[in-house]
Design a protein around this ligand. Structure first.
Ligand SMILES: Nc1ncnc2c1ncn2[C@@H]1O[C@H](COP(=O)(O)OP(=O)(O)OP(=O)(O)O)[C@@H](O)[C@H]1O
Ligand SMILES: [Mg+2]
Length: 278
């Protein structure tokens, strides 16, 4: 069993998108996948087509009991064709849970870790909020690996540096079992600016940088429709986007593939243009 926290204190870089894409890739590869939505925005939960869940991650953290996550696990709304991940749904109520966690002198940091005890999947992915608050810290304490998602833009290196030092601090307190799974450069387009910043990330972080996920309208569309990329059929860019996530998933097991170039069989420039305002 592998537990990966998907993190970056910066908002909108693609944590949720990468969580959904990797869940799809790993499920399609035949793994039993659980996703924990630890963000009050609950975008992962919506992306899986789950609304109004009876039991959510907020209930799980409220009880603080060992194994309490088991009772909150539900199937995602995706079809079963290529493997359907399970989900511990998110909730907007989490926003109020964070200050309550802070007032717990014993379990502020490892409530989620305790709640996941006895939960047995091949892969557990934890999507986290855009902050370095106690929810993100709980995600890191519960994980054995941290996957940092960033955009190839200005200040990306600084943001990743800050995240790396947070992971190191948690690892020192968590018993040292937490490691960096890698850095995913998401929303890579073919602009000079993107290539420059991606190069900076590679220069600074070397082999920690995983294969990129390119900017593609199909990705935003799949999330908006609460569908896996494979369910978009022949939609332009969908298969290529799924292949990007497959490559990240493979690289998480095999650190040999590292490319910042935006090469692909389809025209990524056209995709970027199609993408309009995003
Ligand atoms: N590779 C991509 N191609 C096209 N659109 C993308 C890509 N990655 C993310 N997006 C879009 O960018 C927006 C932000 O992505 P996402 O919600 O995954 O970021 P986040 O880091 O989870 O945000 P938050 O910090 O608010 O949780 C979403 O609308 C998403 O569909
Ligand atoms: Mg998110």
């Amino acid at each position: 069993m592998r537990t990966i926290a998907v993190v970056n204190q910066k908002g909108g870089v693609g944590k949720t998108t990468v969580t959904l894409g990797l869940a799809e890739a790993a499920a399609a590869a035949g793994l039993r996948v659980l996703v924990v939505d630890l963000d009050p925005q609950a975008n992962t939960t919506s992306g899986f087509g789950v609304w109004g869940a009876a039991t959510t991650i907020d209930d799980v953290l409220a009880t603080g009991a060992a194994g309490s996550a088991l009772a909150a696990i539900t199937s995602s709304g995706w079809s079963d064709e290529s493997g359907r991940p399970d989900l511990v749904p998110g909730s907007p109520a989490l926003a109020n849970r964070e200050p309550m966690l802070a007032s717990d002198p014993v379990g502020a940091q490892d409530r989620l870790r305790l709640a996941l005890r006895g939960v047995d999947y091949d892969l557990t992915l934890i999507d986290s909020p855009p902050s370095l608050g106690l929810l993100s810290v709980n995600a890191l304490f519960a994980a054995d690996e941290a996957l940092i998602v960033t955009e190839p833009g200005a200040w990306a290196v600084d943001g990743v540096d800050l995240m790396l030092s947070t992971v190191e601090r948690v690892a020192a307190r968590q018993g040292g079992s937490l490691v960096i799974a890698g850095i995913v450069v998401n929303r890579l387009g073919r602009t000079r600016d993107n290539t420059f910043w991606c190069g900076q990330l590679q220069e600074r972080f070397g082999s920690l940088v995983l294969p990129p996920v390119r900017l593609r309208a199909a990705i935003a569309e799949a999330t908006a429709q609460a569908l896996p990329l494979r369910a978009l059929g022949k939609r332009a860019g969908a298969a290529e986007a799924a292949a990007d996530f497959d490559a990240v998933w493979q690289a998480l097991g095999d650190r040999s593939i590292r490319e910042c170039s935006s090469n692909s069989t389809s025209d990524a420039n056209a995709e970027e243009a199609n993408h309009g305002g995003l």
